[in-house]
Design a protein around this ligand. Structure first.
Ligand code: FE2
Length: 332
């Protein structure tokens, strides 16, 4: 969270007229906020990308990049899209408002700026920003927890990161919408979160599990789903967590779903999950080569477990020129 304990939120004030910048900065600083000035649109974008900013006040008419353009850029970039933007404008025409809304602005202020109105808008948008920061923190906690569970097992270190990168790339190749691609990226990290409820001696047992141990192990998708369920932003991740151990012939768990009843995102995750498990060292065997892993996956697809089309698409992902980059990203 960027707002500090004494509520010193950082506000970007972008205006090409220095007198306007100074008035706004003075009003805000009197209320205890910190301000960062920008004299044009390009500078404003630089500040947004390079510093922790809690709110942006953007003059619409600036030379070079207008406030609309800065707002549009900021809202299209995942690293800045949650920063609330207020467009400050002398324009009152409805088409300018529409343009502002289309560029993703959260609010408008008319010129000359009224002090009470400015402070009311700033307060309410900063409150909103604090909520989104807290939500982000909750997501971060879950992801950190997932990675620390993974770290308990030396054989699976890095598995979640790779899965996350592979699953998102496969989702993109299949033309899934950005929200499902994000769900796949998150699902790659948190799919085994429910293992927090599985005793370590079961997790690390090198040999086959007893029926009782297996029963406990097979609860991890349901437990993981339960942990993540309160987070609204994880709604597309939940089916991935719950169904990542289903098999097409209905022999998987926890629900024994068959074929297309298994959500596509969960089938994507299981495809890359099995591939990654086969191509890394395990206590009971050495890592298989890519070719051998693919042969195994295809054999198991013939037995009715996996989705053959998804395996082909995943091979295409690995063959694509950007796969080198993919591997490099996944190994970090
Ligand atoms: Fe799992």
């Amino acid at each position: 969270m960027s707002q500090s304990a004494n509520n010193q939120a950082v506000i970007l004030v972008a205006d090409d007229e220095s007198a306007n910048r100074e008035i706004l900065a003075e009003l805000l600083e009197l209320e205890g906020y910190r301000t960062v000035p920008a004299a044009d649109g390009s500078q404003a974008l630089e500040v947004l990308r390079g510093r922790q900013v809690d709110l942006a006040l953007l003059d619409v008419m600036m030379p070079g990049r207008t406030g609309f353009s800065v707002c549009h850029e900021a809202k299209s970039d995942p690293s800045t899209r949650l920063i609330p933007v207020v467009l400050v404008t002398g324009l009152n025409r409805s088409e300018d408002r529409i343009k502002g809304i289309e560029s993703g602005a959260d609010d408008f202020l008319g010129k000359p700026v009224d002090r009470a109105e400015l402070l009311a808008r700033v307060r309410s948008l900063l409150r909103l920003k604090q909520f989104t920061d807290e939500l982000e923190t909750a997501e971060t906690v879950l992801c950190t927890l997932a990675i620390s569970i993974e770290a308990k097992d030396p054989y699976t270190v890095g598995h979640c990161d790779r899965l996350s990168v592979y699953a998102e790339a496969l989702g993109k190749r299949l033309g899934l919408s950005p929200e499902f691609q994000i769900a796949l990226r998150r699902g790659g990290i948190v799919h085994d979160l429910g293992k927090v409820a599985v005793p370590e001696f079961i997790l690390r047992k090198p040999g086959p599990l007893t029926p009782e141990e297996r029963k406990i192990m097979e609860e991890h998708p349901v437990v993981g789903e339960r942990i993540c369920a309160p987070l609204k932003s994880f709604r597309h991740v939940l089916p991935i967590i719950r169904h990542h151990h289903e098999k097409l012939d209905g022999s998987g768990y926890p629900d024994g779903l068959k074929g297309n009843a298994i959500p596509l995102t969960a089938r994507i995750l299981s495809t890359v999950d099995i591939y990654d498990a086969l191509t890394t060292d395990r206590p009971y065997r050495k890592a298989l080569s890519r070719e051998l892993a693919m042969t195994t996956l295809h054999d198991e697809a013939k037995r009715g477990w996996w989705d053959r089309d998804l395996i082909h698409e995943f091979e295409a992902v690995l063959d694509a020129p950007e796969a080198e980059l993919l591997r490099a990203t996944a190994s970090h």
